[in-house]
Design a protein around this ligand. Sequence first.
Ligand code: EPZ
Length: 453
Amino acid sequence: MMIPILAANAAVPHSSEKFSPTAAVGSRPPIPTGTLYIQGQAQLAGTVPISGAKNSALAILAGTLLTAEPCRIRNLPRLVDVQRMVAILEAMGVQATAEPDGVTVHSADLQGGSAPYDLVSQMRASFFVIGPVLARLGYAQIPLPGGCAIGARPVDLHVKGLQALGADVAIAGGIVEARCRRRDGRLQGASIYLDYPSVGATETLMMAATLAEGETTIENAAQEPEILDLAGLCRAMGAQITGDGTKTLRIQGVPTLHGTDYEILPDRVEAGTFMAAAALCRSVLTLTPVVPQHLGAPIAKLQEIGALVDILDDRTLRVDGRGAGRPTDIETLPYPGFPTDMQAQFMALLTLSEGNSTIQETVFENRMQHVAELCRMGAHIRVKGSVAVVTGVPALSGAPVTATDLRASAALVIAGLAAHGETQMQGLHHLDRGYDRLEEKLRAVGAHLERRP
Ligand code: EPZ
């Protein structure tokens, strides 16, 4: 089924409309010239439905390549990045069939192990396919993912780990070519130490190790919830993985994996974005479904800031932002530390605190580009190296702003909701990459914002 990629400035499908993650291969979604008009002084109230996790969905779609049998993936978020990932799989010979809440992918005809440059270059996460393809076919040829606004985003840890698992890896002309050294084309279990608990490298190597001969250990592994979600998919396919969610992953390789039917976990970063919005707008929002234990750091910070956070049940939390306003200090760290993916949104929140806050970004080397845009709205933020000092101001003013990356776009939206006056935001393709119907969800709880071409 070939349906054009959802043009990012197209009307976002309502839940009643069928979302199709399958896409026409090779079609670049048009970069929208649209503008989002956000009315300030929003008073939010109600319950926000949280979608499936983007950063699980992309890795899990890659993980389905580990088997030649069909895999049904549920609770897939409606995102341009998901459509791009499905387009990449289709370009590699995978059959993708849209389902009411996701997609069924069938990679019986997985070809040659190479992915198309024009699609891979649009989305770094597409590099995740290298591990499964190499493990499945003994060979993979994947374009080197580009850097992006937030950093160089190298893949040296992925490459070193694949070499440890018995692959020869060459990088030339922007292409990563990996080939299993063993004559039978199978990877060999190994002990791997990651110099940094890289989420992507942990995912690449965990997937590759599921089909290797023997045991693989990954020390200093990432512990993010998305790692557990991917491990859950692999186990549902028959993989033998223990230690996911700890610093030491153990994978006992098996010869083949089978198909499965798997539901993606709720998106903690989307939830954190709405939590920051509730606190910034001094409003009360209920979020569901969520996994409260995945939100420990942002909940702690919101309580320091003066918001109340109640866990209503194992899938629901409520944020009462009416008492928010105290400053705090944030340092982004690998999970379970404060997530870098919530840094921009919490910086927007702290612009209206009564005092000075510091935010140190330790994960990416260039993830402060939203500072200039927030300052255009009247925020008082000074950056020195990886540290931003946020001096609270009494109010933000609506202004024309431009999103520079995915989470910066969300930060500017919530800043616009709290500002006095109207904010006009461009760079909407960033927003559509990672947020499932954000405008629709905000309007449903009282925000006034609309997208015009
Ligand atoms: C994943 O990116 C997420 N993306 C990111 O979310 C998230 O910010 C990041 O993990 C950290 O939590 C997806 O899951 C699709 P890393 P990833 O490898 O895997 C360095 C969002 O907004 N590094 O943990 O690319 C790297 O440069 C996105 O949703 C190496 O040096 O992140 C960075 O400084 C943004 N060599 C640090 O590690 C490597 O081989 C963390 O990167 C790999 C990474």
